[in-house]
Design a protein around this ligand. Structure first.
Ligand code: MN
Length: 294
C-alpha cells in the first residue's frame, strides 16, 4: 500500500510549530509520513534536527518537506543578486534536510511563491533564470540524496509551472536523476483539462510524490473532485509512491494569510475536531487505495 501522509499545518496556523507533537500525533492517527515547511530547518541547530529525526524514527514516521519560496529568494528573478541569493538559500535548506535524513522536497521551490508584478507577455526570461538556478541547486540535492519535486500549482500562486506538461518540460531541461514532478489534486482541479490525463502524462517514473486536497482545500471527499478518477489513474500508472494530504481549513495566522483561507472550512476547528477530520481523511484514502488494489 502507498505510504500516506499529512501536512502539519492542517492543525497549525503558523508555519513553524512543535514538530515533535505532530510526529507523535501523525503516528497515533495512523499516518506514515508527516510533511512540514522546510524553511524552519534553517533556524534549527543540527542537534535539534537530529533529535527530531530520532523521534520520527521511534514513531515510524518519515519526515518530508515542502516550501513556498519567499520572493526575496526568488530563483527565477531577473535580478542576478536575488537569484544567486535564492540558490544559496535553497542549497542551505537541502543541506539541513540531509542532517535529518530528509529525502523529499516539494512546493513552489523553483520561483518566488506568487506571480511577479512585471510579468506580462512572456514568462520565458523567468523560466530560463529558474532553470539556470535549478541546475546549480540540483547538484547539492544529488550530493545530499534529496529528490527535488517540482510541484505544478495554480496560476494565482506561480506563473512558471501550472500544469503537468509544464512540469515535465522543466525537469527535462534541468535533467537530473534527483528532480521529478509532484502533482496536487487541488491545483490540478483548477489547471488541468483532465486530472486523470495529467497523472497518466507524468507516469510513475517521474511522479515523485502526490498531494491530495479537495477543490475547496478541505480533506479529500469533502468537495467535488472525482476521487475515483484520481485513484483510478494512480493505479493505472502503477504509482507506488507517497500520497500526502494537504488540507488547509482554518482562517488566520501565517497559514490562513498565505493560503488565502478567509473563513473556517470546518465547523469549530479545535484540535479535537481536526484530529477527527484527519482520521476521516486517512480512512477515506485507505478505502480508495483498497478499492483500486493499490
Ligand atoms: Mn501541494
Amino acid at each position: 500500500m502507498n505510504k500516506l501522509g499529512i501536512f502539519m499545518n492542517f492543525w497549525e496556523k503558523d508555519w513553524a510549530a512543535d514538530h515533535k507533537k505532530y510526529i507523535k500525533k501523525a503516528a497515533e492517527i495512523g499516518f506514515d509520513i508527516l510533511e512540514f515547511q522546510a524553511q524552519p530547518l534553517l533556524e534549527m541547530t543540527d542537534d535539534h534536527i537530529r533529535d527530531l529525526r530520532k523521534t520520527a524514527d521511534e514513531y515510524g514516521i518519515e519526515l518530508t518537506y515542502s516550501l513556498g519560496l519567499d520572493s526575496r529568494y526568488d530563483v527565477s528573478s531577473l535580478d542576478e543578486s536575488i537569484r544567486k541569493g535564492g540558490v544559496t538559500y535553497l542549497q542551505n535548506i537541502i543541506r539541513k534536510m540531509e542532517v535529518g535524513g530528509g529525502t523529499l522536497l516539494s512546493g513552489v521551490s523553483y520561483a518566488g511563491w506568487g506571480t511577479p508584478a512585471d510579468m506580462q507577455d512572456t514568462k520565458k526570461p523567468y523560466w530560463d533564470q529558474s532553470v539556470k538556478s535549478m541546475r546549480e541547486i540540483i547538484k547539492v540535492a544529488e550530493d545530499c540524496g534529496v529528490t527535488y519535486c517540482v510541484e505544478a500549482v495554480n496560476r494565482f500562486e506561480t506563473c512558471l509551472i501550472n500544469t503537468a506538461k509544464e512540469a515535465l518540460a522543466y525537469i527535462e531541461e534541468v535533467d537530473s536523476k534527483n528532480i521529478g514532478v509532484l502533482l496536487d489534486t487541488y491545483h490540478m482541479n483548477i489547471e488541468e483539462d483532465s486530472i486523470g490525463d495529467a497523472i497518466r502524462l507524468v507516469g510513475a517514473d517521474r511522479l515523485k510524490s502526490f498531494h491530495t486536497g479537495d477543490n475547496n482545500r478541505r480533506a479529500p471527499g469533502r468537495g467535488h473532485i472525482n476521487w475515483d478518477e484520481v485513484f483510478g489513474a494512480l493505479a493505472e500508472i502503477g504509482y507506488t509512491g507517497r500520497i500526502i494530504s494537504e488540507p488547509f481549513v482554518m482562517q488566520g495566522g501565517e497559514v490562513g494569510r498565505d493560503i488565502h483561507v478567509y473563513r473556517d472550512l470546518i465547523e469549530n476547528p479545535c484540535e479535537a475536531s481536526i484530529d477527527a477530520e484527519a482520521k476521516y481523511l486517512l480512512e477515506f484514502e485507505k478505502a480508495m487505495l483498497k478499492k483500486y488494489n493499490m
